[in-house]
Design a binder for this molecule. Structure first.
Ligand code: NFE
Length: 504
């Protein structure tokens, strides 16, 4: 068996190595190796609890609002806050806009060039200024003998790309437009949250920014543009990739369950129904989520902490040279079971409960079109499609939600930090289910724990030796070129790992 390290895998966030063991063109084994430690849980000990939604945003520059919102939910539970209606709406407007930005980034900048042939640009004969700039850059690289293609179009592996010049050039145009649209989604979130990436206005119980009619209109104008791009370009582009590479409905299935905490509360009360339903999907059945059934194993993780601890008992004691450990990511498990989190989990958990009408309509349409069953959303294409249809549903929801603001009414609760208390905060970050836990003693943070989407998806083995979701999706995959492993790279990118978030 040959050991091949795919790391560093560019176009993902952070320092993930994926080690594959290949025999006769098949990945027989795989390890997700997070190569750094950060220690946010340790940093938070002894701090003012209100620092938490600020400090945890620094975990990541891609999904900071998700950490802020999860932290707010946890603090709201710990403080017993009564959140005003406007406060919850503004949380949703900020958090939802962040998802719209992040899905665009994930598909166009971080994955599309796994399928779209950037070299097709040399055949471009039109006069679009942006495309001409790309053409000039690509031609310069080839003519000057630079290794080709250079940044930002890396990695480019040997393998099959889309063979239709017009389709490639159209997708490259959308690649460029998607960057402008990401900016608009971030501007929309910044109207209420403050400057991206680290919002200062988000607080437990709401938002310090007042909700004025001019701000709401500016927000809606931006989201409308983003929504139209999802409808007219993003969804069709994913469909075009699916039409060219239908075998990717069969590649990259994880081999456990699915977990979603539910996304965007529909009213201010804790435990309120959400736009997208929460649930744990195991053995074909969806059940309610119980945080007490989440435990984190550490046998293969670089921590001395006891294995199998519940979230509220968790411990972060780094141990860089621990025997047998190969990753700085812990191995969270739900009632002992490995699960995938993220876009496909959000869609499947919602769809199988018949919860959101827009999601049901989109899923029904695409499974009929692609002649697949809903279970095939557990695949490379399924994850990409899930983001596109989620984005459309979220954008439409945000436009409606912003109409529900009561102008002039309070946008945040009065905060009084109790001497002691505890709370869970469960949100959906773009990459999946995100859980924050806070325990307060003497008005200070006594314990803080984050169980993060990429911690689930890129976990190493658990104590039973069961691989994590991405590891399981890689194992058994046939690779056409054992060196390049285009198939494996496409699987990794479909999960969109973020190691900065995943490690402690
Ligand atoms: Ni750093 Fe994050 C998201 C969170 S991922 S990107 O989405 O939480 O594990």
């Amino acid at each position: 068996m040959r050991q091949i390290d795919l790391g560093p895998i560019t176009r993902i966030e952070g320092h993930l190595n994926v080690r594959t063991f290949v025999e006769n063109g098949v990945i027989m084994d795989a390890q997700c190796i997070s190569e750094m430690f950060r220690g946010f849980e340790i940093i938070l000990r002894g701090r003012d609890p209100l620092d938490a939604q600020q400090i945890t945003q620094r975990i990541c520059g891609v999904c900071p609002y998700a950490h802020a919102i999860a932290s707010c939910y946890a603090q709201e539970a710990a403080y017993g806050l009564k959140v005003p209606k406007n406060g919850r709406i503004l949380h949703n407007l900020i958090q939802g806009a962040n998802h719209l930005y992040d899905y665009l980034l994930q598909f166009y900048q971080l994955s599309a060039l796994d399928f779209v042939d950037v070299t097709a640009i040399v055949q471009y004969r039109g006069n679009d200024a942006d495309l001409l700039k790309v053409k000039e850059w690509v031609q310069f690289q080839t003519q000057s003998g630079m290794s080709y293609p250079a940044a930002p179009f890396l990695p480019r592996l040997s393998g099959q790309y889309i063979d239709d010049v017009e389709l490639n050039i159209g997708a490259l145009k959308h690649y460029l437009e998607a960057m402008a649209l990401q900016k608009k989604a971030n501007q929309a979130a910044a109207i209420f949250g403050g400057k991206f990436p680290h919002a200062t206005a988000i607080f437990p119980g709401g938002c310090s920014q007042e909700a004025r009619i001019d701000l709401i209109m500016a927000y809606q104008a931006l989201i409308r543009e983003v929504r139209d791009f999802y409808r007219d370009k993003y969804v069709p582009d994913v469909a075009a990739v699916a039409a060219k590479f239908p075998k990717y409905w069969e590649i990259g299935a994880s081999k456990g369950g699915f977990l979603s905490f539910g996304h965007l509360p529909l009213s201010p009360e804790s435990g309120a129904k959400r736009l997208l339903a929460a649930g744990i999907l195991l053995d074909g059945r969806v059940a309610p989520v119980d945080f007490n059934l989440i435990r984190q194993d550490t046998k293969y993780s670089k921590y001395d902490s006891a294995s199998g601890l519940k979230v509220r008992d968790s411990d972060t004691s780094p141990s860089s040279h621990k025997d047998g450990a190969y990753s700085w990511t812990k191995a969270p498990r739900y009632n002992g079971r490995m699960v995938e989190v993220g876009p496909a989990a959000r869609v499947l958990v919602d769809y199988l409960q018949g919860h959101n009408a827009a999601i049901k309509k989109s899923v029904d349409h695409f499974i009929a079109w692609a002649r697949i069953t809903p279970e095939k959303l557990n695949s490379v294409l399924g994850r990409h499609l899930s983001r596109a249809i989620l984005g459309l549903a979220i954008a439409d929801f945000l436009l409606e939600e912003s109409e529900r603001i009561d102008i002039g009414a309070p946008t945040m609760a009065d905060i009084e930090i109790p001497a002691s208390g505890e709370g869970f905060g469960a949100a959906e970050a773009s990459r999946g289910a995100l859980l924050h836990y806070i325990r307060i003693e003497n008005h200070k943070v006594e314990k803080y724990e984050c169980v993060v989407p990429t911690t689930w998806n890129c976990s190493p083995r658990d104590d039973m030796g069961t691989p994590g979701a991405l590891e399981s999706a890689l194992i058994g995959t046939k690779v056409s070129d054992p060196e390049a492993q285009m198939e494996a790279v496409r699987i990794v990118h479909s999960f969109d790992p973020c190691i900065a978030c995943a490690v402690h």
